[in-house]
Design a binder for this molecule. Structure first.
Ligand code: SF4
Length: 579
């Protein structure tokens, strides 16, 4: 029987509680957002004692359903002041699921200032131990120390930025090589974990009872349907686009569409795009050999395997993973076209605990603010290393794009609700701009990936320059909130949007685990309710429709090469949430 684990950092106690009936259908984001709405006062300080961290695997995480090892981490964001759910792969979701823990709620603050703890969870229970030996260490060292001590466990942890409670701090989850390659990166949730005095959580599922599956036959039928869809769709199959080139396959595609934000969102095309593309990443991995590889999974049982390990020149591991967003953030957006320099910038982020999108946007703003030239890769590495040295400049950079822009007097600031924009230019691809504006969590492409129909022609075809995207955005926001609650990777969407049997498979696995008979619409409605709850939290925190807007410069500066502004009217933006 699944339980909720409540960890109180004030009195250092851990208790297992029954799962309230109202949470029975919830997993992942639906659960983290429901608990945040029920237990966190919307106006609380994100780093104060009243905020909480909620960690929840998806409903099917821990089963043998394909690509289903996603962990949701939620609470109130110190970066945006909104509700937050950051979603990550890595080893944790499956192990938490197998231990039959539906959610971990971390609350309170230690009485001793500056004290950090390690939370150990296994089949026999929990233990909170002093983490003195881990404090001040980056995530590569932390993962190695804990691996030596505890073996093949899942590790959820924070780097130096989380300890410093900087607003650009993510939460690391170890990958299959026990490295900090996976992040619940966005929104500064690492700072919240730091404020709780929790340096790391170790999850050992040896001897765990496994996920209870109410209807095994239905579950297995669904699992097979989904696996078939994933292994036949061109984007998700073995040897398909994601498996061969990783998410960075998008660099050339988005550049071609004029939507690759370049040099702090001043152009939609980067002349160095081909040098930082997924094709170039794959070529280097192959040429250098050694540990370098593409077609790598971030957790056991992923059959898409979009990840990679990028090697140094001698073939040894440099960083995993070189994602599209991370490559773009430090590449095109900073005018840097050297993949080795970009790999080093991503490795620094993984070690210190920075979100690569936020950090890349921050460096670009610093370039615009005159701290260094666009294209200066070595300068960018030095600047990012300031964060780990805890210098005043490093603290500014580690606090994100908006904070840095204020410090440097920069007015071209690509953020919504305080969170940096990802790698798709809203002026060239309007639907994703509507999603950035309307998302409950600030600019976030994973809130509603309209790039699928607008650029890739998946799930229908939409003209990227058409401004009438309110309905499309709402449909993607709702469906994504549902998918984020299942435990499945968002990338299954490519296959299930085009292959109806794949979507049926998802629904059957969910119904099979829980022993319910809900339709696809019923499940997507749970996603819609989740969005409505998140929005209600934000309104209670003081947000209004005036916050559902893109930055002013996008309405007045024309973006080359299409030479267009973001001409989506305020009426269209406001209609996203009108029934
Ligand atoms: S498709 Fe990629 S991101 Fe998704 S679970 Fe697999 S390896 Fe991880």
């Amino acid at each position: 029987m699944s339980k909720i684990l409540r960890v109180n950092m004030k009195d250092l106690t851990c208790n297992f509680e029954d799962v309230p009936e109202k949470y029975k259908l919830f997993g992942g984001r639906a659960l983290t957002s429901a608990i945040t709405c029920d237990e966190v006062p919307p106006t609380c300080h994100p780093l104060g004692p009243n905020n909480k961290i909620i960690i929840a695997p998806g409903i099917i995480s821990g089963t043998n359903a394909p690509s289903s090892g996603r962990t949701s981490i939620g609470g109130k964001s110190p970066l945006t002041g909104t509700i937050k759910e950051a979603n990550s792969g890595g080893l944790s979701a499956q192990k938490i699921g197998r231990l039959q823990i539906k959610a971990i709620i971390v609350e309170g603050k230690p009485q001793e200032k500056g004290k950090f703890y390690l939370l150990k969870i296994n089949k026999d229970g929990t233990e909170l131990l002093p983490a003195d030996d881990l404090v001040g260490k980056g995530m590569y060292e932390v993962d190695e120390i804990l691996f030596q001590k505890y073996g093949k466990v899942a590790i959820i942890g924070i780097g130096l930025t989380g300890e410093m409670m900087l607003t650009n701090s993510g939460i690391s989850i170890n990958d299959m090589e026990n490295r900090p390659g996976r992040y619940a990166a966005r929104g500064g949730m690492g700072a919240v974990m730091g404020s709780k005095g929790l340096k790391a959580i170790v999850i050992d599922d040896q001897g765990a009872p496994g996920v209870e599956i109410a209807d095994k036959e239905l579950f297995n039928s669904g699992r097979k349907k989904l696996a078939k869809a994933l292994t036949t769709h061109d984007v998700t199959k073995k040897g398909g686009a994601l498996n061969t080139y990783g998410t960075a396959v998008l660099v050339n595609i988005i550049n071609e569409a004029g939507g690759l934000p370049t040099r702090n969102f001043s152009s939609g095309q980067f002349e160095g795009a081909s040098k930082i593309s997924g094709e170039s990443v794959a070529e280097i991995c192959k040429k250098r050999g050694g540990e370098g590889t593409t077609g790598h999974g971030c957790h056991p049982g992923c059959i898409i395997q979009c990840s990679n390990i990028f090697p140094k020149e001698d073939g040894t591991h440099h960083v995993s993973c070189m994602e599209y967003e991370s490559i773009w953030a430090f590449g095109a957006n900073c005018g840097i076209d050297d993949l080795d320099q970009i790999a080093e910038l991503i490795r620094i982020c993984n070690d210190m605990g920075l979100d690569t999108i936020e950090a890349g946007d921050t460096i670009a703003v610093a370039m615009e603010g005159g701290l260094l030239e666009f294209g200066d890769g070595e300068g960018a590495i030095n600047l990012l290393n300031e964060v780990g040295k805890r210098t005043p400049l490093g603290r500014i950079i580690g606090s994100g794009t908006e904070f840095t822009a204020r410090a440097l007097g920069v007015s071209r600031v690509p953020t919504v609700k305080g969170q940096s924009m990802p790698a798709y230019e809203p002026r060239a691809i309007k639907g994703i701009g509507v999603v950035y504006a309307a998302s409950t969590m600030g600019a976030d492409h994973t809130s509603g990936y309209t790039i699928a129909p607008e650029i890739l022609g998946t799930g229908g075809k939409q003209d990227p320059l058409d401004v009438e995207k309110a309905q499309l955005a709402r449909a993607f926001l709702d469906t994504t909130a549902f998918l984020d609650s299942t435990g499945y990777c968002l990338f299954i969407a490519f296959a299930i949007l085009d292959i109806s049997e794949g979507f049926e498979g998802v629904i059957e696995t969910m119904n099979g685990v829980l022993g319910v008979d809900l339709s696809g619409d019923d499940w997507v409605n749970i996603g819609k309710e989740t969005i409505n709850k998140e929005r209600a939290f934000n309104i209670a925190a003081g947000f209004t429709s005036a916050d559902d807007r893109l930055p002013e410069f996008m309405n007045i500066e024309k973006l080359p090469p299409h030479n267009v502004t973001f001409e989506v009217s305020e009426e269209i933006l406001d209609s996203v949430y009108k029934e």
